[in-house]
Ligand binder design. Sequence first.
Ligand code: ZN
Length: 64
Amino acid sequence: MDTTTTKYCKRCKKDVTWHIDRVVHWKQLLITIISCGLWLPIWLMLAFYPTKICDECNEPIWES
Ligand SMILES: [Zn+2]
């Protein structure tokens, strides 16, 4: 796990502080039911790989 406190945000084009986006599981369950289970892999992915959110623009920071 990376211990640095800042990440490069492609949108802000600079190093920014970030927070982890908490997965709202009841919402994910709802989407999974609506999509007949198609959303399940994405839900699992969100649960196992928490998304880092930029503090400045609130966009997910995708690491390359
Ligand atoms: Zn940003």
